[in-house]
Write a protein of this length. Sequence first.
Length: 105
Amino acid sequence: MAKRKQPWQPLLDRVPKPLKNRYVLVLLAFLVWMLIFDKHDILTQIQLQSTVNKMRQDREMYKEKIEEAKQERLDLEINKEKFAREQYYMKKRGEEVFIIEETEE
């Protein structure tokens, strides 16, 4: 009796020998699972890292704004009278205030 040749045998013969090893196949299956199908896959990790980077940038921006606001508050506490005169046109008793508007030409 002659051995019957399988129809997919030529395809199997073309597969490299390391890919026929079951340990390599299990390792490849594990890597595919971890990279694509797992809850913490590569795409999720990339998105999370970009979110973290954006939050760090936002944190730095807010720190700068906080420092600016603190400086403005200190300036305001020191120059209350100047601020009130410039912004709200307040005056002392017996004093006259003249408002001069600049015109652009």
